[in-house]
Design a protein around this ligand. Structure first.
Ligand code: UD1
Ligand code: CA
Length: 427
């Protein structure tokens, strides 16, 4: 049986962030979650080692059926130190760094199929900066030298340690107590076990892996690169299932969104935590925590959380928040917040639901087949019943009964020839 140990206790200094490194998100989802999910595909026995921002990280990690442990970072810092507190429970132990969110269970399975005392992973990179270098001798791994401990020659080596290792339990039991912290970072490096094992004549095998699956995140630049890869994976998944994407490189779709039926997403859209069903999202629209079914949204529309839009057409510069729209047309420049709008209703350009009085938020209810003239202000709480007409430019602050016309308009004054009186005649 297999035990997976995920190392996520480090400070992540190079991220230069208030947030713990492993909580930084790729496509809206904390990186540690991706790793845990892949690990759980391999075994039920997953341990996660934490320390830095213990409570914050624990809050996220404890959603999963994993064992959470706290590293003694003060006395035993480093990736080797992280394993001091852990009970080694299975014959084979797979160690994963907590900052490699692109790993996939299928890639990790390759490690399990190799028979050796230690299986490790190597990447050949044009720019090995930040990684530990793998020193080879006669094409065999000799040792790993951390970047901060490497000399000039070693820094030029393109082979790096990807940060995944499969150990036989007795190897860890034997060598963990022997690690020393006599190095540039005064840390107990897990990677030093490799050299000790090689010197003792044990079998150390290396698999060559690709950075697109094993990239380690140390900086915000790394984070951006990894997010690009993750977002591409997500988009390719949905395209395979029939979603049309126009210039997909410009589209952001998070890990929590889903699509049903044939949808089309134009360039520049951002879609987070949403369900899109048989709909077209036109360019540069932003949709968050919404359900959109059989509708057309955008271009340049913003659909905010808790919105449900069915059989509707939402045009440019329309913002919808916490609203249920069913069979509605809102073509231009509107704000529809905390509202419920029923079938056949048309919202004229520039109409606003005034849902906030500075203290509280209130609801707007609009019935079926209502015609809201352009530039209408509906002061919530308010109910507009079915088959109502609201005249353009009205400020409506009372409920309107079925079939009525509501119009509020200051009388229009026309002063003949006033222009010439004011500016003088131009001839
Ligand atoms: C590590 C490897 C390096 C490899 C690289 C791959 C070591 C000594 N070096 O370097 O050879 O090329 O990963 O990405 O292992 N952590 C703890 N406790 C600690 C320190 C770190 O749990 O005391 C965790 C971190 O939270 C992180 C992971 O271990 O998730 C890796 O730590 P990091 O500091 O990023 O190691 P690298 O310098 O990248
Ligand atoms: Ca790292």
């Amino acid at each position: 049986m297999l035990q997976v140990i995920i190392l996520a206790a480090g400070k992540g200094t190079r991220m230069k962030s208030k947030s713990a490194k492993v909580l930084h998100t790729l496509c809206n989802k904390p990186m540690i979650e991706y790793i845990i999910e892949e690990a759980l595909k391999l075994t039920k026995n997953v341990h996660v080692i934490l320390n830095h921002q213990f409570e914050n990280v624990k809050n996220i990690v404890s959603k999963y059926p994993v064992k959470i442990l706290k590293q003694d970072l003060k006395n035993f810092p480093g990736t080797g130190g992280a394993l001091k507190e852990t009970s080694l429970e299975e014959e084979k132990i797979l160690i994963l760094n907590g900052d490699m969110p692109l790993i996939q269970a299928n890639e990790l399975k390759k490690f399990l199929n190799i028979d050796a005392d230690i299986v490790m992973s190597v990447m050949k990179l044009n720019n090995p900066d930040g990684y530990g270098r793998v020193i080879l001798e006669n094409n065999k791994v000799k040792k790993i030298v951390e970047q901060k401990d490497a000399n000039e020659e070693e820094l030029k080596i393109p082979y790096v340690n990807a940060g995944v290792y499969l150990f036989k339990k007795e190897i860890l039991q034997k060598y963990l107590p022997k690690l020393s912290n006599q190095n540039a970072q005064k840390e107990y490096y897990l990677t030093d076990i490799i050299e000790m094992a090689v010197n003792d004549g044990l079998s150390v095998k290396a698999i060559e892996v690709k950075e697109e699956n094993f990239k380690g995140i140390n900086s915000k630049k790394d984070l951006a690169k990894a997010e690009e890869i993750m977002c591409k994976r997500i988009k390719e998944y949905w395209m395979k299932l029939g979603v049309i994407m126009r210039l997909p490189d410009t589209i952001f779709i998070d890990a929590y969104s889903s699509f049903e039926g044939e949808c089309e997403i134009e360039s520049g859209c951002v879609i987070k935590k949403s369900v899109i069903i048989e709909s077209k999202i036109k360019s540069n629209s932003v949709i968050e925590e919404a359900i959109i079914k059989n509708s057309e949204i955008g271009p340049i529309a913003r659909i905010r959380p808790k919105s449900e839009i069915i059989d509707s057409k939402i045009g440019n510069f329309v913002e919808v928040k916490a609203s249920k729209l069913n069979g509605v047309k809102a073509g231009h420049l509107s704000y529809l917040g905390d509202s419920e709008i029923d079938k056949g209703t048309n919202i004229g350009a520039g109409s606003i639901t005034c849902n906030y009085d500075g203290k509280n938020k209130y609801k707007t209810k609009i019935g079926k087949n209502v015609f809201i003239g352009s530039d209408t202000k509906l002061i919530a709480p308010i109910t507009i019943e079915d088959e109502v007409i609201i005249g353009a430019g009205s400020v409506v602050n009372k409920d309107v009964k079925k079939g009525a016309l509501a119009i509020s308009r200051a009388p229009l004054k026309i002063v003949e020839k006033f222009y010439y009186k004011f500016f003088g005649r131009k001839d």
